[in-house]
Design a binder for this molecule. Structure first.
Ligand SMILES: [Cu+2]
Length: 312
């Protein structure tokens, strides 16, 4: 703080010395504020909850994409990510530049500016056009890709969510799940199968979502109790399972052989954290073998709902 001291007129040049001392004070002040801001940003980054997952699981980015539509979802994600990231960096650089350039300095007065209509029109029109473009892009992805009609040969799989687990139902030898109704859902009939429909007779149950690679799968989704979330991070799929409602528009094509997680993404109760099921994507030959074994075993051992009832 010695610099702040006003130098008496007798000790030197009376016109320049006091101003020099004051300029130095402003610079010091500026430096200390910048340092404080840097520390604040640093501690905020460390403390924010979005860093909790990387800190505990080494999961720094999205898990590998393993479905056909997932690739397109990622393209939209990266497009928005780099666009907004670029705009963020650009605006911050300009902001900091002007902050430094027009900082308070002794002898430099503030100037009144009335604004610029042309500039205002430009910076309103450009973001508006970008947002309309993003709407069109994501709307196309939502309706023409994710919610498009599944191919006719898509395999239908029934999925029921309950506190706290998942159960899968396959169509059996006839390839059809048959009719179902949410009103029929009970402990003995978790999928609400309408037993008067003969197509439901050979349906069989599985605790694992076994899928053939590169084949379309259509999900018939139900919830037995509360709202759950049918969430497959690797497939970039998320759909709420709602009690009292059958949701049949979710379909996807797994593209990579491997083991994945089906997780619940709605805070559905005490056991929510552990509400997971395994997804096993295998070759068509392996799938056919598994399917045949399961279908045959199911025909020999009825009722198929026993395993589910034991889970409760
Ligand atoms: Cu749940």
């Amino acid at each position: 703080m010695r610099d702040v001291r006003l130098i008496p007129a007798s000790e030197g040049d009376t016109s320049s010395s006091p101003r020099l001392a004051n300029d130095k004070m402003t610079d010091n002040k500026f430096r200390s504020v910048a340092l404080q801001a840097a520390f604040l940003v640093f501690f905020f980054c460390l403390g924010t909850s979005s860093w909790a997952a990387p800190r505990t699981t080494n999961l720094w980015w999205m898990p590998d994409v393993a479905s056909k539509h997932g690739v397109q979802v990622d393209q939209l994600f990266y497009f928005i990510y780099y666009l907004t990231g670029g705009v963020f960096v650009l605006t911050q650089v300009v902001y900091i530049y002007f902050l430094v350039k027009y900082r308070a300095r002794k002898g430099v007065g503030a100037k009144y500016s009335h604004g610029n209509n042309q500039l205002e029109i430009v910076w309103t029109a450009v973001p508006t056009a970008i947002f309309i473009g993003l709407w069109a892009y994501s709307n196309h992805l939502w309706w023409n890709v994710i919610h498009s009609t599944p191919p006719d040969d898509a395999m239908e799989v029934g999925v029921v969510a309950y506190q706290f687990g998942w159960s899968m139902q396959y169509p059996g030898k006839d390839g059809r799940l048959g009719r179902s109704d949410v009103k029929l859902i009970s402990n003995d009939n978790p999928f609400g199968n309408d037993k008067s429909d003969p197509a439901t007779k050979d349906n069989f149950q599985s605790g694992v979502l076994e899928l053939p690679v590169n084949k379309a799968v259509r999900i018939r989704l139900n919830s037995k109790d509360v709202i759950h979330g049918f969430y497959i991070p690797n497939f970039r799929i998320y759909q709420d399972a709602v009690p009292g409602r059958t949701i049949d528009w979710v379909w996807f094509v797994p593209t990579k052989i491997g083991s994945y997680d089906l997780a619940c993404s709605q805070l559905c109760g005490q056991g929510h954290y552990n509400m997971k099921a395994q997804i096993q994507v295998v070759s068509q030959a392996d799938f056919d073998k598994w399917y045949k074994e399961k279908a045959t075993a199911a025909l020999l051992q009825k009722p198929t709902d026993k395993a589910y009832a034991q889970n409760r």
